[in-house]
Structures are given as structure tokens and as C-alpha cells.
Design a protein around this ligand. Structure first.
Ligand code: AMP
Ligand code: ZN
Ligand code: FE
Ligand code: FE
Length: 279
């Protein structure tokens, strides 16, 4: 069976492997197709393009977009869009800024709790990449406030401990519209137990094309439920390892949590049709 992994992070966001290392690893694990899906940036994808050309690996354009879904953050995977399309550039610029502002907001909340932390330290940790909570967690570990990522999230960075997190991300409606405008497909990332049945219906109504059914956070039963939901609503089914590298969660799933390439073919067929309608 030809295997694909459509959910991978790199150093362009909060992953620990470079785009080149991902391509090498994908070769080693005999993956046929991959997509690099960094948080709100395609810089990792762009860097991987040249490396992938020297291999037999098919690299699909991808990004994991954080959207605002009724004041909650909702991760939407976008695939096979035109990377240079104006609406994609607009979205990613807006989200880069939003991540920086949101980072400042979180740092400010932590300062109010008495922690000594500065946004410049977080920026240094991110090293030019899109800022995310894992970078803030690293700073908290370095400064001795917490012993691990898990502790950083439980005590300071989870949605529960921060309350409603300030953000200026596009709404799910605007993300869906933008990605489709650029000829791409939108897939709900790792639904797990994050959404009620009504919320899933709402996202279908809003126009998502697919749902991620294979993900390390889904046990077999949940996977089957999501598959049933996808079939009922005629949605694409995708999946991947959500690899971040380093010592983080899910790192052992690269090359292990994969999908059959038949799911990729359906995705590509849909987006090819969408692009053909645009010209
Ligand atoms: P952000 O992009 O700032 O919203 O951060 C989200 C990322 O933080 C996720 O993609 C995970 O990599 C990581 N993350 C979220 N929750 C946790 C958690 N409870 N423990 C460890 N890492 C987490
Ligand atoms: Zn991440
Ligand atoms: Fe995610
Ligand atoms: Fe992810």
C-alpha cells in the first residue's frame, strides 16, 4: 500500500525538524506523498519543494490555519491551494501578525500572574518562525517556571488557564472562502473530542471539504465515528502524524500514522476540478 502523511510541522512553525530533514525522513519511511502543514505559514513548504524534487516524494501544498470559530480557535488544514494566490498571501500575513499580537497578549497575562517573561525572549525562541504557545512553553522551561511542556500547558497556556485567548485570526467562514478561492480544499484538523456533533454540523454547513479521521489523538473507536460522519456528509477523509519532532508528543508516529494514497487521490481530484473552474 502506498502511504501518505498529510499533517507535518517543521521549524517554520513549532516543529523541530527542518523541511529538508522531513523530506529525508519521508524517504526513509517510504512515504509516497506528504504535506507540510505548519501553523499559519507556508515557508516550510516552500523550502521543502526543492528537496522533494530530488526524490520520488510528492509534496502537496499545505498549511494548518488557525481560525476563529465562535470565539474559539479551530485548526483547519488547507491543501492543494495555489501558494502564490493573493488571498493566501493576505491570510498568512494577517495570521502572522495575529500570532505576534496574541503572543504579546499571552506574555502580558503571564506577567500579570507574576512571571518574569518578555516577548523578545519568545521571539528569540521562535527564531523567525511563526510564534506559538510551544515557544512560550520553552521559555518557561528555560527559566525554571515549569519542568515540562505538559506542565507549561496545564498551569499557564491551556485554553482553560488563559480563558478566552485574544486573537485576530480570520473566522472559519473567511478561511474556508479564501482557501477555496485559491483552488484548495479545507479539512477540519484533529476533531478528537474538541467539537460537539452540532458544531461539526455547523462546520459542514460552513463548507469544509473534509475531516481528518486518522490522527494520533484518535483512538480506533473515535476514528470510526469520524469516518461515519464523513461518509454521511460526503466529506473527504484525510490523516497524518501531526509530527513536531524533538521530544514532543506524536514524534514517534512519523511513518507510522499514515493514510492510504487513495484518500489523497480524492483530494487532488477535487482541487484539480476547483482550479479548472477558476480559469
Ligand atoms: P498555538 O499554535 O499557539 O495555538 O499552539 C498550539 C500548539 O501547541 C499545538 O499544535 C501543539 O503543538 C501544542 N499544544 C497544544 N496543547 C498542548 C498541550 N496540552 N501540551 C503540549 N503541547 C500542546
Ligand atoms: Zn504545532
Ligand atoms: Fe492542530
Ligand atoms: Fe498540527
Amino acid at each position: 500500500m502506498a502511504k501518505a502523511d498529510l499533517h507535518i510541522h517543521t521549524t517554520a512553525s513549532d516543529g523541530h525538524s527542518t523541511p529538508k530533514q522531513i523530506i529525508k525522513n519521508a524517504e526513509k519511511h517510504n512515504l509516497d506523498t506528504i504535506s507540510i502543514t505548519d501553523h499559519d505559514t507556508i515557508r516550510g513548504y516552500r523550502k521543502a519543494v526543492a528537496a522533494a524534487e530530488e526524490t520520488n516524494i510528492t509534496l502537496l501544498p499545505g498549511v494548518e490555519i488557525t481560525s476563529d470559530f465562535n470565539d474559539r480557535e479551530c485548526h483547519l488544514l488547507a491543501y492543494c491551494f495555489e501558494p502564490d494566490h493573493r488571498v493566501i498571501t493576505q491570510l498568512l500575513v494577517q495570521h502572522y501578525r495575529s500570532r505576534l499580537k496574541r503572543g504579546k497578549w499571552i506574555v502580558n497575562e503571564l506577567t500579570k500572574k507574576g512571571l518574569d517573561i518578555d516577548i523578545e525572549e519568545v521571539k528569540a525562541e521562535a527564531n523567525g518562525s511563526n510564534i506559538g504557545r510551544p515557544h512560550i512553553a520553552s521559555v518557561l522551561i528555560d527559566k525554571g517556571y515549569v519542568a515540562s511542556f505538559k506542565e507549561a500547558f496545564i498551569r499557564y497556556l491551556s485554553d482553560q488557564s488563559l480563558g478566552s485567548i485574544y486573537n485576530e485570526y480570520y473566522s472559519h467562514h473567511k478561511v474556508i472562502e479564501s482557501v477555496k478561492e485559491a483552488g484548495g480544499a479545507v479539512v477540519l484538523a484533529h476533531p478528537g473530542n474538541l467539537y460537539s456533533e452540532d458544531e461539526l454540523e455547523e462546520l459542514v454547513e460552513a463548507g469544509i471539504d473534509g475531516i481528518e479521521f486518522i490522527h494520533p489523538s484518535h483512538d480506533y473507536e473515535r476514528q470510526k465515528q469520524i469516518e461515519g460522519f464523513a461518509e454521511k456528509h460526503n466529506l473527504l477523509k484525510t490523516g497524518g502524524s501531526d509530527f513536531h519532532g524533538g521530544d514532543k508528543e506524536y514524534q514517534k508516529f512519523f511513518g507510522v500514522v499514515t493514510i492510504n494514497t487513495k484518500y489523497v487521490h480524492r483530494l487532488v481530484r477535487l482541487t484539480d476540478q476547483r482550479k479548472a473552474l477558476k480559469v
